[in-house]
Design a binder for this molecule. Structure first.
Ligand SMILES: Nc1ncnc2c1ncn2[C@@H]1O[C@H](COP(=O)(O)OP(=O)(O)OP(=O)(O)O)[C@@H](O)[C@H]1O
Length: 276
């Protein structure tokens, strides 16, 4: 399978004090595959994801290359201007953030926000956009989608908002979804459902996934490839199954020993098939 993204030697520096936050990270994302990125808090996972999409603060400088292989063209994301980046972010590479509240405008109901995203990026009519919103919310197991869509963000729980955000991204059928801690606000049963949706989406559309998480159980379940980060460095990278069964780096061994235990409830839910 060919690559949809190639990150080579990505370095992110805080220009205010010349502090290098991400050091020479390289990885590839194959079409229709999932790359998991794991590492403790502050290891640079989010900054790496944001750098790929040009979403870092202006004082952060990204260097290296981030090649995105779209239909019939290859683009270095780090060389694009703001408008071109916005088009790619709207239509081809979607990011799902850990803080779902910040992804929505507090002053507009969910229906309007999802609808406008679809109308703007997919050029569909208002009615089509509304139908899409209902369809994808239902796909995320929100059965009272009509009611949920009428609500303002503050009227919904973090978990429900997270599902609205994921539904919006799924509906765009992008080439790549970068999901940064997308299941953090969910309990283990809902995590199972959301993880199932990601899998289904990949099967249906071939969307590739970069899945960033503290939760090694979720990552182990989803990932084909794995990147382990520590202090802004990639300490281990390769086939996920191989790394989980035979970690080479001491830090990976430590993560697997300590973090996998913490995801036992998720693994139990996956095994029992609750919520299916
Ligand atoms: N906007 C910013 N400006 C400067 N430094 C930042 C900025 N955001 C994060 N950092 C620093 O970059 C490093 C990596 O942060 P990052 O958020 O990427 O870690 P992470 O692995 O995603 O952590 P978490 O799992 O808690 O989200 C940290 O030392 C952090 O303090």
């Amino acid at each position: 399978m060919s690559n949809i993204l190639e990150v080579d030697n990505l370095t992110v520096t805080d220009m205010r004090d010349q502090d290098e936050i991400v050091h020479h990270i390289s990885f590839e994302l194959k079409k229709n595959s999932c790359l998991g990125i794991v590492g403790e808090s502050g290891s640079g996972k989010s900054i790496t994801a944001k750098a790929i999409l040009g979403l870092t603060n202006p004082w952060l400088k990204s260097e290296g290359t981030v090649k995105y292989f779209g239909k019939n063209h290859c683009t270095d994301m780090l060389k694009l201007d703001t408008n071109s980046l916005r088009v790619i972010r709207g239509q081809h590479i979607c990011m799902i953030l850990q803080d779902s509240m910040s992804a929505f405008d507090p002053l507009e109901p969910i229906e309007k926000q999802m609808g406008e995203t679809f109308m703007e990026n997919l050029k569909v009519s208002k009615i089509q956009a509304r139908n899409m919103a209902v369809e994808y919310l239902k796909l995320m197991n929100i059965n009272d989608a009509d009611q949920v869509m009428k609500k303002y963000p503050h009227q919904l729980s973090g978990g429900m908002l997270q599902r609205c955000m994921i539904a919006t991204a799924l509906a765009m059928k992008p080439d790549i979804i970068i999901a940064d801690e997308p299941t953090t606000a969910l309990d283990s049963i809902n995590q199972r459902e959301v993880v199932g949706e990601f899998q289904r989406l990949r099967e249906l559309t071939g969307t590739a996934l970069i899945f960033i998480s503290h939760d090694l159980g979720v990552v182990q379940h989803l990932s084909d490839q794995l990147l382990v980060m520590k202090d802004g460095e990639g300490v281990e990278y390769g086939d996920a199954k191989t790394i989980f069964s035979n970690p080479q780096h001491e830090y990976t061994r430590h993560l697997i020993a300590t973090r996998l235990k913490m995801s036992q409830s998720f693994r139990k839910a996956m095994k029992s098939g609750i919520g299916r």
